[in-house]
Design a binder for this molecule. Structure first.
Ligand SMILES: Nc1ncnc2c1ncn2[C@@H]1O[C@H](COP(=O)(O)OP(=O)(O)OP(=O)(O)O)[C@@H](O)[C@H]1O
Ligand SMILES: [Mg+2]
Length: 247
């Protein structure tokens, strides 16, 4: 469904993304892993329109979306979360979710009083329930734990009813129990939405992914099923830190 072909991006002399090609299948979870600085977030920025690529193409359902602005892509069903949590900290959980739901309201109804807009309010309520946020609905987002903030962020992405959900390190800074919750949450989304996931927690990647792309120094080092990735000597050496020759 999402196809990246020969994507390149250099920052000065640094080839942050170097001839990257891969595909994410519909309603499956494709993970991108690799050491710090491998080019994972840059690849996301190129796909999600945050940065223009130097060359290469990105297609969504066969449509060329290369270089389209993030707001245009949002309208085409691409939602992404950032590596750094990106929420309205001074608003409640409910208001954050409601604002995201309102973004789907037709422009002609922008001036309608919010309490008369039944569908976005109902949708917000559904999302709060689905993401286990009903109890915290009236709390300010800034007062939530990091794990709960991440859940709000994924709920906001899902409010857009996306085809493609892009998550950049959703478990960063999380405790093991929060990570386990995210594991369950992302699994519950599979089958409904195509997921591209950047993740450092290798156990999570192995548990969640249908397909794994391994990046190293901007390039694709390997791709395959999780079991094939952990068995690959090149991946074990470059990323997992094993040296099979020395073992
Ligand atoms: N806007 C930018 N300007 C200059 N260099 C950049 C920029 N963004 C990223 N880089 C560089 O490009 C390389 C790839 O960075 P990127 O953030 O894509 O890596 P990453 O795989 O997401 O790493 P991490 O796991 O640490 O998040 C790094 O060397 C980084 O310093
Ligand atoms: Mg990154």
């Amino acid at each position: 469904m999402i196809k990246v072909s020969n994507l390149n991006k250099a920052f000065g002399g640094l080839r942050a993304v170097d001839d990257l090609s891969f595909e994410g299948e519909r309603n499956r979870i494709t993970s991108i892993i690799g050491p710090n600085g491998a080019g994972k977030s840059t690849a996301f920025n190129l796909i999600a329109g945050t940065l223009p690529p130097d060359s290469g193409t990105v297609t969504l359902d066969g449509r060329d979306i290369t270089g389209m602005a993030p707001y245009v892509l949002a309208g085409l069903g691409v939602a992404r979360s950032f590596q750094i949590t990106n929420l309205f900290f001074g608003l409640s959980v409910k208001e954050n979710v409601r604002l995201a739901c309102q973004s789907l309201v037709k422009r002609s109804r922008y001036l309608t009083r919010i309490d008369r807009l039944a569908p976005p309010l109902a949708r917000a309520q559904e999302l709060l329930a689905e993401f286990g946020l009903l109890e915290q609905a009236d709390e300010l987002v800034g007062n939530l734990s990091h794990g709960d903030q991440r859940r709000v962020e994924i709920a906001l992405c899902m409010a857009l009813d996306p085809k493609l959900l892009m998550l950049d390190e959703p478990t960063q800074g999380m405790s093991p129990s929060e990570t386990a919750e995210i594991d369950v949450l992302i699994k519950s989304l599979a089958g409904r939405v195509t997921v591209l996931l950047i993740e450092h927690d290798i156990d999570l990647v192995m548990s969640l992914s249908d397909h794994v792309v391994v990046m190293h120094q901007g390039q694709k080092l390997f791709e395959g099923a999780p079991s094939a990735v952990s068995a690959s000597p090149a991946v074990r050496q470059a990323y997992l830190g094993y040296d099979d020759a020395a073992a």
